[in-house]
Write a protein that binds this ligand. Structure first.
Ligand code: HEC
Length: 400
């Protein structure tokens, strides 16, 4: 059995630093390349004696870092300046300072991963067992033994010649170190533990799959109930407790939806029963008109113009651009518009008219009436008759 185990190395044990160092130097000088030195503590200069070259890892890390840097800049340049150019605050589409944080992060990321995994790969790690541990004497490597192991896969290795070479170094002992017997295998308890873990991990997905393909009358399983699982009747379902057998109940007569309550129908709708209000249901005074003028300037003048001729800035701009679908705002002095009752004008403000949008969401009820009052004043200003002037002042007008 023991003879079938592959030879890993010839291991020579030495007494002290001086002899192991010179042994290592001799091994290198004799042309051996695959050999190791094991000692209880680090030995200065041993890597020179063994002829170890510096690790290539720093170069790999440098290369990876530069690759990361290039990738980060390329990615940011491609996404920001080429694929989806989007200018923000007049800044250039691609500028180095803005890209520094990500470039830095990606550089570090690539370099760190290469350092970590490169170290493992170059050292051929992870390795759960090393053949050298098969050597009985080798345990002293952590105590007072200095070992030189010439490995069997060294090109110059030849069992008898190599043993002769080691003999010439006058070691304390020479041992053939053979690899562990393959029959060792994985211990039964580890296999059992792995099997048990896999079986346990399979339970949740199996449970989910089973539930997915099964019909169940029970409600879904909820960890947190919230309001999902209340006892209730869903729409369009039956409920034998009611005479008509329907779970959905009709509205109780006189029910008012939220926000639909109208204290004063005239004020809210501009309607007096079925017809439009002929007068403003508020006290029209200088204050209301001033408010109406201000609101008109904000909400209506952009389209209808400050004096109501339909020549606001938006309208002018639209006609300058010759917008094909633009419908010009009505002139508020158009005979048809002048003929509208205040209730109708109020309705236009609230609900819009044809292509004019509704403003109920932006302008409260009182303000809407204030605007209507001001529109009436505007119309009057362009179509005043002598009868509109107080009698006492007519004479003064005539004088001019
Ligand atoms: C975005 C531009 C715009 C704004 C702002 C705007 N309107 Fe208009 N308005 C229009 C247009 C366009 C029409 C003509 C609609 C049509 O004929 O399709 C119109 C029509 C009207 C009419 C005539 C409706 C009818 O009965 O024929 C009145 C009155 C009116 N607007 C009042 C107002 C008042 C008051 C405001 C401010 C609350 C206002 N508009 C704000 C664009 C606007």
């Amino acid at each position: 059995m023991a003879t079938e185990r592959r030879l890993h190395a010839l291991v020579a044990e030495f007494d002290d630093v001086a002899s192991i160092t010179s042994a290592a130097r001799r091994a290198r000088e004799s042309g051996y390349t695959r050999f190791e030195v094991y000692s209880p503590f680090p030995i200065h200069g041993i890597e020179r004696a063994m002829g170890l070259r510096a690790t290539r890892l720093p170069w790999l890390v440098l290369g990876a870092g530069l690759t990361g840097l290039a990738c980060a800049f390329l990615l940011q340049w491609w996404t920001n300046a080429v694929d989806y150019p989007f200018r923000i605050s007049g800044k250039p589409l691609f500028g180095v300072p803005a890209n520094v944080p990500i470039a830095f992060e990606v550089t570090v990321l690539f370099a760190a991963f290469t350092a970590f995994f490169g170290m493992l790969i170059l050292n051929r790690l992870p390795q759960h067992h090393h053949p050298i541990f098969e050597s009985e004497r080798f345990r002293r490597a952590t105590d007072d033994g200095f070992f030189l192991a010439i490995e069997a896969d060294d090109p110059r290795f030849e069992p008898r010649l190599t043993r002769g070479f080691l003999d010439g170094l006058a070691p304390r002992s020479i041992e053939e170190c053979r690899e562990a017997a393959p029959s060792h295998g994985v211990p039964a308890w580890i296999k059992a533990a792995i099997a048990a873990t896999v079986a346990a991990l399979l339970v949740p997905p199996a449970w989910i799959v089973a539930a997915r393909f099964q019909d169940s009358a029970r409600p879904p399983f909820h960890l947190v109930h919230d309001m999902d699982a209340q006892a209730r009747h869903v729409g369009q379902s039956a409920n034998p407790h009611f005479e008509d057998g329907r779970a959905m109940r009709p509205d109780v007569e006189g029910t008012v939806a939220f926000g639909e309550w109208r204290d004063d129908a005239r004020l809210a709708t501009g309607k007096d029963g079925e017809s439009w209000c002929a007068s403003i249901p508020l006290d029209v005074d200088a204050q209301l008109l001033a408010r109406g003028r201000e609101r008109y300037g904000i909400f209506c003048a952009p389209c209808h113009g400050l004096s109501g001729y339909g020549d606001g800035l938006v309208a002018q701009r639209a006609s300058d651009l010759q917008e094909p679908t633009w419908v010009p705002p009505s002139s508020l002095h158009d005979p048809v518009v002048r003929g509208r009752s205040v209730g109708q004008l109020y309705d236009v403000v609230r609900n819009g008219a044809r292509t004019m949008p509704a403003y109920a969401a932006q302008i409260p009820v009182q303000d809407s009436w204030a605007i209507v009052a001001y529109v009436r004043a505007l119309q009057r200003s362009q179509h005043a008759t002598l009868a509109d002037v107080p009698e006492a002042e007519r004479a003064a007008l005539g004088a001019h």
